[in-house]
Design a protein around this ligand. Structure first.
Ligand SMILES: Cc1cc2nc3c(=O)[nH]c(=O)nc-3n(C[C@H](O)[C@H](O)[C@H](O)COP(=O)(O)O)c2cc1C
Length: 209
């Protein structure tokens, strides 16, 4: 299967770090994949607060943000529990919730499927397909940690939004790219978003805007 045949679900929730999910979607589109995009209502609020998105017309906001690549995005309203990705019979290669709020984390850990984000993630787990979540909160209490442990036992990959500094990030972009690159590594998608340990310094490619 080539990248062009691959479909991924990208979920953006109301945790801080909306920029991560947007950058991930950009990278998947750049790799030629189809992106099924889900944004919770709180996720839209954070897109407005953190990235200054005008969010009253959501489809238009997506087209503005992704330009001509928006044609490879399938945007699903969060309450559309009849969407393709709500069914295990619709094949996708994986789902990434980035960033993942503690609210959505709890819904996933309890299988409550109370919106399309929860349902699509539940489908990934029941079908044994890759599900990656990028939780963001600090500090975390025991319920947050227990929820993550439950999901880890289900095979969900937990990639906390924790920056590293050993590759000498200089900009916000470097920090965002590192985390997005870690997710792409799990999906086995080639990238040059950060300098790997053991590679010579100064080779970290900048994300192509
Ligand atoms: C600007 C902003 C930042 C937030 N950051 C976080 C966060 O980092 N982690 C988190 O769990 N919730 C955060 N929240 C709260 C969630 O948005 C809230 O709990 C919401 O109900 C989550 O809903 P969702 O899981 O449907 O997106 C934030 C809210 C706002 C407005």
């Amino acid at each position: 299967m080539t990248a062009a045949d691959k479909r991924y679900v990208v979920g953006i929730t109301g945790a801080s770090g909306a920029i991560y999910g947007i950058r991930l979607a950009e990278c998947l589109l750049q790799a030629g994949c189809i992106v099924h995009l889900l944004v919770t209502d709180a996720g839209w609020r954070v897109l407005k607060e953190e990235l200054g998105w005008e969010v009253t017309r959501r489809q238009e906001a997506i087209e503005r943000a992704f330009g001509e690549r928006a044609g490879r995005i399938v945007y699903h309203p969060i309450q559309d529990i009849g969407a393709s990705i709500a069914s295990g019979s619709y094949r996708v290669q994986g789902m990434i919730i980035m960033p993942c709020s503690m609210g959505t984390l709890s819904s996933l850990a309890h299988g409550s499927s109370d919106n399309l984000m929860g349902r699509a993630a539940d489908v990934m787990m029941k079908e044994g397909r890759p599900l990656i979540i990028v939780p963001r909160e600090t500090p975390m209490h025991a319920i947050h940690l227990e929820n993550m442990l439950k999901l880890a036992h289900m095979g969900v990959r937990i990639v906390p939004a924790m920056p590293a500094f050993y590759y000498h990030p200089k900009t916000l972009d470097d920090i965002v790219n590192f985390l997005v690159g870690k997710v792409l590594d799990i999906l086995d998608i080639e990238h040059q978003l950060f300098r790997r340990w053991g590679e010579p310094d100064g080779t970290a490619a900048r994300h192509e805007q």
